[in-house]
Structure formats: structure tokens, C-alpha cells
Design a protein around this ligand. Structure first.
Ligand code: GUN
Ligand code: FE
Length: 418
């Protein structure tokens, strides 16, 4: 089936480059982009067009690091730093996901809020509960979101109530994986919480399983100074944090590492050499006072960097908020190290194309990709006069909320319209 949509198209095929087509057309065949052009290609003349008028057609957002099981305490618990925060806030809430009914209620609301905010692809931690994780996968798929979801592995340094033995972690991970075949657009990803949470035996098993079953890996890296010191104590033989993953076969193509606030040149080089994606989570890094990641350096050096809300370390689910937070924190970083702050076009690229790439997507709205897009009605927002479309994009990042997101396309289908 052919679908044609028309509006002010703005996409970001490269870091810092916007391609803008005022009143442009996107032509889809069964949801797959066939053409993107200012004028409608002749061969499609006469077919019905969904005309979004003066609205903006933007790429939808990819949230490359968030914790589904922390959604209930989003926006609270901001008074301590990472390791205390885990014990005081995260673990007591995550333990509640042993109850699948609770999981269903929370994850349904979360999936609805993600779509309403234009996030159509995610890479997500669940909790250590296999059944709750399957519920999360079901609810994402039901809402039209695609992604990678992981049952969390943590066989040490949890709490009295949030803990699994090594044997439980392995058998529950296998049981969870056995049920993942039922999903079309949500896939499993192995998820050791972070090095302090997993024994060597569990890490080795995860590395072997990742190799044997061809599964990607998602974890945390170099987020906080106390965490890093702890990792050194646990693995005195490893000079740097990343080596504690590499040692067990977990540092490889498409490994996802959240934060990387303190990743030095060596660690950043190891990321490039293995095609590891760093996920910058600026809101979370401020809230739990971890620090500011050297994003400009990483980008200059050619690292693969995307963005994550990291809820509930991050307090905002909307990737628009995460993008502007990335801009703000890059400005603070620039006062320290003299690097150039991110601009709106760059933040938009990091929250869209850079993350969609994890899913095999091309650059911007690329021919051959299934459409992932949002339609934004910014007519309610004030302006001094005529605005360029690039200014309207910047204003959208700072000012648009879910009310202005009028339609969302995911995997080529219209999944929300209002
Ligand atoms: N490191 C280990 N677990 C977590 C978590 O839940 N959130 C964040 N931000 N960092 C972590
Ligand atoms: Fe996290």
C-alpha cells in the first residue's frame, strides 16, 4: 500500500547537518520510505496525500538507555549520589516488579507515555524478574515501540530484597530467553547491571551466552567516581573499567554502555575499536551528580554516541528534554575544557539518527527504512515573526510537549494520532 505524507520535513542525516524540505513529501510503500523530495514524484501524482500543512515532520526519537522498573519514582529521590541512590530509591522500587500485575500496570502506562512523547525505539533495562521483563516486552510491542529489553542480572551487591543467586540468574535468564521468540519488534539484550552487581562466574556465563546466542550486551560504564574506585577494588588486574567487561567477552560490536562520564582516551579508543555505543544521559548525570561526559571529545574522535533518558536517574522521559539537557550540559563542560558546546542540530541528530543506527537504520529519513517520525504542531508557540524551519526545530526541542505531537509513525505505521 502506498502512503504519501506532506509537511515541513526536517531530518538530520549527519551530525550538525539538517536537511529541510518545506512542504516536502515522503512516499511510503508498506511503511518503507521510497522517496523523500520537495515535489511529489510524477509517478505518484493523483494518489491520496495526508497533508500535515504547516506542521513539522521530524524523525522520531530513540531512547538508548532507560530503566522501565524505575518509572514509578520518576521525578523523586534527587538528594543522593549514585551508589546511595541505588540502595535508597532504585532497589526498593525494582523489587516490586516480582508482582506481574504491578508490572503490567506500570509498563502499560510507560509504553503509552513513550509513544505520546515520540519515542519509538528504546534500549531498556527491566528488573531482575523474568516474568516482569516479558510483560514489559509485551507492552512495548502493543504500543508500537521497537527495541531491546533486558532482564537485569545482579547476583551480588543488591539488597536483602533485590537479589538473585548466580544459579537463579542463569536459569531465569534462560527461561526468559526461551519466551522471547514471540515478539516481532522487541528483542532481548543481555543486561549485567554493572560490574559491581555481577560475580565473575555470572559475567563469564553472560559472555559465553552472548557469543553462543548472538545477543547484544547493555550495561553501565564509568559513571561515577565511587563506582569506578569500587570496580578497581573488585578487579585489581584491570587497569580500566571497560576491561572488566572485555575480560568476559562482553565488550564487542553493538555493546551499549550508558554514561561514560569518566571514559578517558584509552577507554574511548576501545569503544571505537569494538563498535561499542556510548549512551550520553545528561539529565541523569546532573541529578545524581555524576559529572558531565566529554561528549564533544567523543564525537571529534569518531565515537558512536547516542542519548538516553536514563529514567529515573533522569527525571524526563521526553527525548526533547534530554536533547536540550545535552546542550545545556555541553555548555557547562565548555567552561571547563574549552570544547565547543552542542547545538540544536547536533542534539537532534544524537537523539534520532545516532540511536536509530543501532537498529540498522540509515541516515535521517533514508530510502529503504521503515518510517519513524513525529508530526509536530507548533502553531500554539509564540514567535516574533516569520521563522525559518531550522529556528522552528530549535524551538521545538525546547518548547514542544506531548500535546503538540499530533502523530507518531513507528516501523512505518501510524501508531498514534490526535
Ligand atoms: N549503575 C548501576 N545501576 C544503575 C542504575 O539503575 N542507574 C544508573 N544511573 N546507574 C546505575
Ligand atoms: Fe542507567
Amino acid at each position: 500500500m502506498t502512503t504519501i505524507i506532506k509537511g515541513n520535513i526536517i531530518h538530520a542525516p549527519e551530525l550538525g547537518r539538517l536537511d529541510i524540505l518545506p512542504g516536502g513529501h515522503l512516499v511510503l510503500e508498506d511503511g518503507v520510505i521510497q522517496a523523500i523530495s520537495q515535489a511529489l514524484p510524477k509517478e505518484y501524482a493523483g494518489l491520496p496525500v495526508t497533508d500535515y500543512g504547516d506542521k513539522l515532520i521530524l524523525q522520531s526519537f530513540a531512547d538508548c538507555h532507560l530503566h522501565g522498573s524505575q518509572y514509578p519514582f520518576l521525578g523523586t529521590g534527587m538528594d543522593v549520589t549514585l551508589l546511595d541512590w541505588l540502595q535508597k530509591y532504585a532497589f526498593p522500587v525494582e523489587k516490586r516488579f516480582a508482582d506481574v500485575n504491578y508490572a503490567r500496570m506500570v509498563y502499560r502506562q510507560l509504553a503509552e507515555e513513550l509513544i505520546a512523547n515520540g519515542t519509538t525505539r528504546v534500549i531498556m533495562f527491566s528488573s531482575l524478574h523474568a516474568d516482569g521483563t516479558l510483560v514489559l516486552m509485551e507492552e512495548l510491542e502493543r504500543a508500537g515501540i521497537s527495541g531491546y529489553v533486558g532482564k537485569v542480572n545482579m547476583d551480588r551487591n543488591g539488597s536483602d530484597e533485590l537479589h538473585e543467586t548466580t544459579e537463579e540468574s542463569i536459569s531465569e535468564t534462560l527461561r526468559w530467553l526461551d519466551h522471547c521468540g514471540q515478539f516481532r519488534s522487541v528483542k532481548p539484550i543481555l543486561t549485567p547491571r554493572f560490574t559491581p552487581s555481577c560475580t565473575d562466574e555470572l559475567m563469564a556465563w553472560l559472555g559465553k551466552t552472548s557469543r553462543e546466542r548472538d545477543l547484544y550486551v547493555h550495561s553501565h560504564l564509568s559513571e561515577n567516581d565511587r563506582e569506578i574506585a569500587w570496580v578497581h577494588q573488585l578487579h585489581p588486574g584491570c587497569e580500566r573499567y571497560w576491561e572488566t567487561y572485555a575480560k568476559f567477552g562482553l565488550w564487542k560490536d553493538h555493546t551499549v554502555m550508558a554514561h561514560c562520564v569518566y571514559s578517558d582516551e584509552t577507554e574511548r579508543k576501545a569503544m571505537r575499536e569494538h563498535n561499542v555505543m556510548a549512551v550520553h544521559c545528561p539529565d541523569s548525570n546532573v541529578n545524581v551528580r555524576s559529572g558531565i561526559a566529554p561528549v564533544r571529545r567523543m564525537l571529534e574522535e569518531g565515537n558512536w554516541v547516542s542519548l538516553g533518558s536514563d529514567i529515573a536517574g533522569g527525571a524526563h522521559l521526553s527525548m526533547l528534554e534530554v536533547m536540550t539537557c545535552a546542550i545545556r550540559s555541553s555548555k557547562l563542560k565548555s567552561t571547563e575544557d574549552g570544547t565547543q558546546p552542542l547545538n540544536a542540530a547536533e542534539a537532534y541528530y544524537l537523539g534520532t539518527t545516532a540511536g536509530h543506527r543501532y537498529f540498522g537504520a540509515g541516515k535521517g529519513f533514508a530510502i529503504g527504512d521503515r518510517l519513524h517520525a513525529v508530526v509536530v504542531d507548533d502553531s500554539r508557540l509564540c514567535s516574533v515573526g516569520e521563522m525559518s524551519l531550522s529556528d522552528r526545530l530549535e524551538r521545538a526541542l525546547y518548547r514542544v510537549s506531548r500535546q503538540e505531537i499530533k502523530a507518531v509513525y513507528a516501523e512505518g505505521k501510524l501508531v498514534k494520532c490526535s
